[in-house]
Design a binder for this molecule. Structure first.
Ligand SMILES: [Zn+2]
Ligand SMILES: [Zn+2]
Length: 358
């Protein structure tokens, strides 16, 4: 059992196998579930058909008597009723003004989900601490409330080691959630501290790039650098695709912390004989890295133990002076970031290598 790095609880982190076993059923309506309420997103809560008075909205409202779950709209309306009571939203606010619900175990579903306990991290603006605490206390489905700072387009994290980090604020509960990443190489479960890690709604184009690299023979048996690895999706996928070695790097401590957790959680999917060896404890690192530090290694056993992956914490530009042998360098830059500096340094270092901006 892995303890949650945010709340230290024992229910936030499940092994990848357990997540993948349950994920395809947990959001389906049961035979007894009532139809979706079908509320309009911009209509004031009080004007919705069949809506209980704000003061009567509680954890039982619209809950299925059989499976004990609720539709997403009911969960969001419950949160809105609490915001309205505290005066954090105007009386005419509709469901669209509650915030962005991120499903705790995220994977692409084509229908509105039915939700059980602790299944939403709510990203929102303009909500006070008291309200956030009240929402986590009273709405069983919401496990954490995160306050968005800055504009929607401003990514959480750091652009490079010279810039200051941008973070959201965890107001109440826990912000740990995961996404199921699906590719032709298999599935992985990627956990994220959502107040500290960039929110990604669609990573299909990145998966497509990896599949293309694989078809070109650039993943299996190769050394792949995941230069701005974040919680590790691309590098872990490269491991699944049979890379000889993956070099992970990020200059943002929360990303490294999430990556190490994700290596642990996905160990069985990566290979039965895989072991994580920590070289430098994450707590000993500064928040933003500069000169690259080797934090951990992933060893693969068998007849002879080999290094399947290395985890570095530091500036990707400087890492080019440390990693001598590599075939592919993936640079997964934020949308607002200009990656040419990184591309040039790596290309000059190894003209035969493939530097790919993802
Ligand atoms: Zn937690
Ligand atoms: Zn039901």
């Amino acid at each position: 059992m892995v303890k949650c790095p945010t709340c230290e609880g024992t229910t936030c982190i499940e092994s990848a196998d357990d997540v993948l076993d349950s994920i395809y059923q947990i959001y389906n309506a049961c035979p007894e579930c009532q139809p979706e309420p079908g509320w309009k997103k911009h209509t004031a809560l009080a004007d919705q058909p069949g809506m209980p008075a704000i003061n009567n909205f509680n954890a039982g409202t619209l809950r299925c008597g059989s499976c004990a779950r609720r539709p997403l709209d009911a969960v969001m309306a419950h949160a809105l009723s609490i915001m309205l009571k505290h005066g954090d939203r105007n009386d005419d606010a509709g469901l669209s003004q509650v915030g962005t619900p991120l499903i705790a175990k995220g994977f692409p579903i084509m229908y509105p989900p039915r939700l059980g306990p602790d299944s939403i991290v709510l990203i929102t603006d303009n909500v006070g601490l008291k309200v956030a605490e009240d929402i986590v206390d009273r709405v069983p489905e919401i496990k954490g409330v995160v306050s968005r700072q800055g504009g929607q387009a401003e990514s959480v994290g750091i652009l490079d080691s010279d810039s200051s980090p941008h973070e959201y604020t965890l107001l109440a509960g826990c912000d740990m959630r995961c996404d199921v990443a699906q590719t032709v190489f298999g599935e992985l479960v990627i956990y994220k501290n959502q107040s500290k890690i960039h929110i990604e709604f669609d990573n299909h184009h990145k998966m497509d790039i990896l599949e293309k690299l694989d078809m070109q023979g650039l993943l299996a048996g190769r050394v792949v650098v995941d230069g701005m690895c974040g919680p590790g999706t691309l590098g872990l996928m490269s491991m699944l695709a049979g890379a000889r070695k993956v070099v992970f790097n990020d200059a943002w401590r929360p990303a490294i912390k999430n990556l190490l957790l994700n290596i642990e959680v996905n160990k069985e999917l990566l290979g039965v004989d895989v072991e994580l060896e920590v070289v430098v404890p994450v707590e000993d690192l500064s928040v933003v890295g500069n000169d690259p530090v080797l934090v951990a290694r992933v060893m693969r056993g068998g007849e002879q133990t080999v290094v399947a992956a290395e985890v570095y914490f530091g500036d990707l530009r400087k890492l080019s002076g440390i990693v001598e042998i590599w075939d592919v360098c993936l640079i997964d830059a934020f949308p607002a970031m200009e990656p040419s500096d990184f591309v040039n340094i790596w290309t000059e270092k190894h003209p035969g290598g493939n530097v790919i901006v993802v």
